[in-house]
Design a protein around this ligand. Structure first.
Ligand code: BGC
Length: 426
């Protein structure tokens, strides 16, 4: 185990400290994707369109310059399937070259790339075929993964097949419930993230099975390439907390929503943990946030300790042989001091889990940039703000603070005298 120091936990060798993004949320003009089609359909339930997003399709070198200049050594970003294969079987050589340049650009700047192949958006043609429930879904996704090895071969080690498959399967249920009459495709969040309630439904069982098949097929394709890729997927950890007497209800509630996706990662090279808040479960199911609890711009209870609890739970389900990468953790707020306090407390809970032996290999904050939060630009998760008109980037104080931890190679501890929580740090 890493030795304790007065100023925190020394980062283990090779620990990744950085930030995360996804392609659709920052690139802009992802016109061949199903989300773009949904956003731009007359009468769509999506409140705000992604449009130019943060224009990172063109400005990625500046984004990476900023991240490495801040002191980070890792950057998680997405490859967009709809750009790589805008029509079935038609691969864009220009898109491959674009993402190859991004991988090289990250490595040149000392940023270890962590690359996601699917982050909520699919090519339009794939959704029109029926998406994940189409009979060929696993093979189509594996074929894309095989194509993507032409990008990953530039020096990527960590690749995530599908981001938050549990949310993808859940959204499927929500959209189906909302009625296909609106013409909207699976993958959507109704009226933006604020109205999205993960407690409201159970992931679609058929989509769950299809996603696991697709993950396995893509993982096999990636390993067959012989590039030494470390393959995993990233799961939304909802930190289901049982109220006294509700342990069995909570376990039954968590299984289809989270654990089944973690169990599917037992043969993987790593598992991505994405944690923001908790969900309390009583004897009759999910409970609202405690009376008077502070909430974020997405309406989530501010509960930074979720991170430590999520990595402990994940390690318990996948087993000690699968290392953990925190691939998302953050807070939607306009109060950057709160972002620092939340993140310090979240990191302290991570430190405690690492001290207890959980094998954590990295922390990637959500998000590098203020970005398109699936239907709205209002919730701001970024360490770096982006002017929506000029696209000018300005690192926030939180970015400098987190970067300085990365530089110092230290993770904070919980302050001894203060209660855990947002009021305790910063
Ligand atoms: C997703 C991100 C999203 C973030 C905050 C995760 O569910 O992977 O795309 O922006 O949470 O809502």
């Amino acid at each position: 185990m890493t030795p304790a120091t007065e100023s925190g936990l020394a980062l283990p060798d090779g620990f990744l400290m950085g930030a995360s993004t996804s392609a659709h949320q920052i690139e802009g003009n992802n016109v061949s994707s199903d989300w773009w089609a949904m956003e731009n359909r007359p009468g769509s339930f999506v409140a705000e369109r992604s449009g130019d997003a943060a224009d990172s399709f063109h400005r990625w070198p500046e984004d990476m310059d900023l991240l490495s200049g801040l002191g980070f050594n890792a950057y998680r970003f997405g490859v967009e399937w709809a750009r790589v294969e805008p029509e079935r079987g038609q691969v864009s050589r220009a898109a491959l070259a674009h993402y190859r340049a991004m991988v090289r650009g990250a490595l040149e700047r000392g940023l270890t790339p962590v690359v996601t192949l699917h982050h909520f958006t699919s090519p339009r043609w794939f959704s029109e075929l029926g998406g994940w429930t189409s009979p060929d879904a696993a093979e189509l996704f594996a074929a894309y993964a095989r194509t993507a090895t032409g990008i990953l071969g530039e020096g990527v080690r960590h690749v995530a097949t599908i981001n938050e498959p549990n949310m993808v399967a859940l959204m499927h249920t929500l959209v189906r419930r909302a009625g296909r009459s609106s013409g909207d495709s699976p993958g959507g969040r109704r009226e933006g993230a604020a109205a999205f309630d993960p407690a409201a439904a159970e992931p679609d069982a058929e989509v769950t099975r299809a996603l696991i098949r697709a993950h396995r097929a893509a993982s096999a394709a990636l390993r067959e390439a012989g590039l030494g890729l470390q393959v995993g997927w990233t799961v939304a950890n909802q930190v289901y907390q049982a109220e006294p007497g509700a342990e069995e209800v909570a376990a039954a509630y968590a299984r289809p929503r989270e654990d089944v996706f973690l169990e599917a990662a037992r043969e993987d090279d790593w598992i991505g943990v994405q944690a923001y808040t908790r969900h309390r479960i009583g004897p009759d199911g999910p409970l609202p946030a405690p009376e008077g609890a502070a909430t974020t711009l997405t309406g989530w209870e501010i509960y930074p300790e979720a991170l430590g609890e999520a990595v402990r739970h994940t390690a318990g389900v996948v087993g000690p042989h699968v290392p953990v990468l925190v691939t998302e953790n953050g807070i939607a707020t306009d109060d950057d001091g709160l972002r620092i306090r939340y993140t310090a407390a979240a990191l302290a809970s991570l430190t405690a889990a690492m001290r207890d032996g959980v094998d954590v290999r990295g922390y990637l904050h959500w998000s590098a940039l203020d970005n398109y939060e699936w239907g709205s630009y209002r919730p701001r998760f970024g360490l770096i703000s982006v002017d929506p008109h000029t696209f000018a980037r300005t690192p926030k104080r939180s970015a400098r603070w987190l970067g300085s931890l990365a530089r110092a190679g230290r993770l904070p501890e919980a302050p001894a005298a203060a209660p855990a929580g947002v009021s305790s740090a910063g």
